[in-house]
Every structure is written in structure tokens, then in C-alpha cells.
Design a binder for this molecule. Sequence first.
Ligand code: HEC
Length: 457
Amino acid sequence: MLSALVFPVPRDLMLPLPLPEMLLKILLVLFFLAHILFINLVVGGSLWTLIFEWLGLKHPRYDRLAKEIAATITVNKSLAVVLGVGPLLCISLVYTHAFYTANVLTAHAWWSLVPTITVAFLLTYLHKYTWDTWTGPRKIRHVALGFVCALFFLLIPFVFLSNINLMLFPEHWTEVKGFLSSLKIGNVFPRYFHFFAACNAATGLFLVAWLGRRSFPVEQKLPEFTRPEIKRIFYTLVFGFTAMQFVFGPVLFFTLPTRALTVGVWILIWTGAVLALGLLHMLYKEMRSPDAVIGKWFWPITGLFSVIVLLMGTGRHLYREAAVYPLMEKMMRRTEEFRALERGVQMRLAAGLTAGGDRSGPPTGRSVFFQNCASCHVPGTKRVGPPLEEIHSLYKGNPAAIVAWAKTPGKKRADYQQMPSMAHVGDAGLKLAADYLLEVGAGKTTFSEEEERPEKK
Ligand code: HEC
């Protein structure tokens, strides 16, 4: 089924990687998870800043809570950006052609990220530093600014996500006419909802730790709250959004194009899902435990949360691997063919022959042979490759075996170089050449080089 896929294969050649491929892929998954964690905290943080600030219009205590959350966003966004360099470098090394093709196909949206992110960051600082000055009648303007920031942070990942999604589906590349049309491919929206819920769950857990930590002076900074109360609020968020993943998760999974759904992906994702049930149970107990002990389960919860994230992240990677495999395989084959051609030309030139080139006219055994083989194989004498009589004695009545050899030649004779692969000629052409070769080798056809090779006169 995979081999039946037709898609445009970029014309580039694969270059050797600077590090072992496996290592790069492991780094990609780990760097990506570190990066996405902070992205989650920025997206979730800006959203909950907005919600609590808005609630704060009526109940001032939420305004102070919102301000504390806002203070974390700028640091988290700096970490997210810096940690984004790692996965970006890894992905452009390992999946160069798929990744850059997707970038080019959605180029306008992709480039617009630079000004958009710049503006979003500047507005976030403005929002943070005007908290105590845009008050009274200007407060509403401040909330509106928070709304714009949250909107930016919800939109930016959407562009990234649709781009990464597009690289998985080379069979749709020819249909894509920019960003909007790329949204129709694969399952961008279920992916986004899954991401969105993950942002809120991760942010909730982070805020339990950050605002619930012992060294945080709750009495001073958030006098209308108690520490257990804060923990309970954010645990409830984690619980709610983790529960939502039991809807978003399966929707994502079952809308995923099945082409790349391997057994490995199934196992990882569903193990993660089962563990998430355990997580939900732990969160529920934690939320409902009395003030004196709430927070006792924080580390087991965080541990389990991390394991689930790692399973899902690895499953996501395996899906990508299987999805881009046909493309990578075709690129690899093309690179091999090019190298073989290059080696062939070098061998011919080294033997004092012409490099050879294309000729027109319908292919015959003779023309294919002269174009592709005659520079190295002639009757009666060794010329780079063994003479035709020798090949005839080895392959009499078996042209198919010549075709097979010519596609993937081995290294046989010690006193010869290795023959380059002729796979680019194609099976049909090779069959014609093989028949012709055997006829000449058997002495049934005369072999006149001059007629076909005018440049040698
Ligand atoms: C660039 C030179 C070169 C070209 C072009 C070339 N060959 Fe060869 N070929 C060789 C060399 C060198 C060997 C010997 C390799 C060895 O024994 O390791 C060889 C060996 C062979 C053999 C013998 C395999 C065996 O089992 O001993 C066959 C058959 C053959 N070539 C067919 C072809 C056909 C068909 C083409 C054209 C489609 C072709 N070759 C084009 C260099 C060439």
C-alpha cells in the first residue's frame, strides 16, 4: 500500500548527517518535549491570566492571582524560544526535505511568524508592566490587551502545528496553495484541540508547584487566598483538562490518517491513555484531600504526567517516521542512482571513453546497450567490464539475471572495479539490453560500434 503512494519527490540529494541518525532522533524527541512544555506554559499562562483578570473585575482577589500568573509568562516564553532552537535544528537535519517543503508551501504564514511573535512578545511585556498603571477606567483597556496577547499565543502554535502536520502528507503537497488550504490536510484541528487541552493541564500543574511552593509568600502576595486553596484551584484545572483529553485524544487518534498508524504507535498511545486514567484518579483524590495534606501527591502526579507525555511524544515521533518513510526512501533511492551514475561517468572517463549522454529515438536493445553498457562492455576484450562472451557464458538463456545484476551489481572479480548500478535504466530497458548483449555474446549479431557512436570517429 505504501509503495502505491504517488507524490512529488524533491529533486535534492540526501547529504550525510553530522551525527548518527538515531541520536538525532532521540535528541529531537527530548528537545521537542522540553520546548513544548514551555510553549504550553506560555499559552496556558496567557489564557489563565486573561480569565482571572477578567474575573478580577468583579472579585479583586482574582486580579492579584492573574498578576502572579502573568509574571511567569515572559520567563517561560524566553525559555520556550531558546529551547525551540534544538528541535528546529534536529528536524531540519533529519527530515530536511519534508520539513522545508512544508515551510515553502505555507511560506507566507511561516514567515509571518517572525513579526507576529515579535509583536506578541512586546505586547506581553506591555501587559505585564502596565498592570499597576492602567487601572481605574483604563483597566478595561488592560484586560483587552491581555485578550490580544492570549489570542496571539493561541494562533502562533496553530501555524507551527499545521506546518509540521503538512510535512507528514507528501501525497497532498500538490493540492496545497498556501496556509489555509494546508488546514484541510491530515487532522490539523483535532491535533490543535489536543494541544490546547495539554497546555491548560501542564499550566495547571506548573501553577500548583509555582504558587503553592513553600517559599512563595501567599499571605503577602495573595492575602485573600490560602496556599491549599490555590493548590486546589489549579489541581481542578489539571483534572478538568486531563479529563477533556479523553475526548480530544480519541478524536485525534481516530481522525489520524491510518497510513502511518503502526503497531508501535498504537501501543505507545494507548499505554499513555491507560496511565492517564490512573493520573485522573490521583488528581481527583488530591483535589478532594483536606487542606493539611493537599499537595502530598504532587511528585507522583508529576512523575506519571511526565511518563505519559514521554509515551505520547514517542508515539507521535513513530507516527511521523512511518508517515515520511516513503518519501525518505524515494529520496534515498534517487541519491543512490545519482551516485551510481556519477561513479559510472568517472569510470568511463578514467578508461579514456566519453562520458555518454542522452540520445533520442525509441529504445532498442542495441540503443540501450550502447547508451548504458557499451562504454564498459564490448566483445572480445576487457574494457572496464568483462567482455560480452564471458557474460554470455555465465548468463546464457537467462537475461532476467542480467537485469537483476545490472540493478544491484556485486563486487565479483578482483581485477575489475565494481560495476555501478544501472537501476536508472529501468527494468524494461535493461531487459532489451540484456537480450542484445546475449546475442552479441553468442556471436549471432555483429557488433559495430562506430555506427552508434559517431563522436568516436
Ligand atoms: C562503468 C562501467 C560499466 C558499465 C557502464 C556497465 N558495466 Fe557491467 N560490469 C562492469 C564491471 C567493472 C564489471 C565486473 C564487476 C565485478 O566482477 O566485480 C561488470 C560486470 C557485468 C556483468 C557480469 C556479472 C557477473 O555475474 O559476473 C554483467 C552481466 C554486466 N556487467 C552487465 C551490464 C549491463 C547490462 C550494463 C548496461 C545496462 C552494464 N553492465 C554497464 C562495468 C560496467
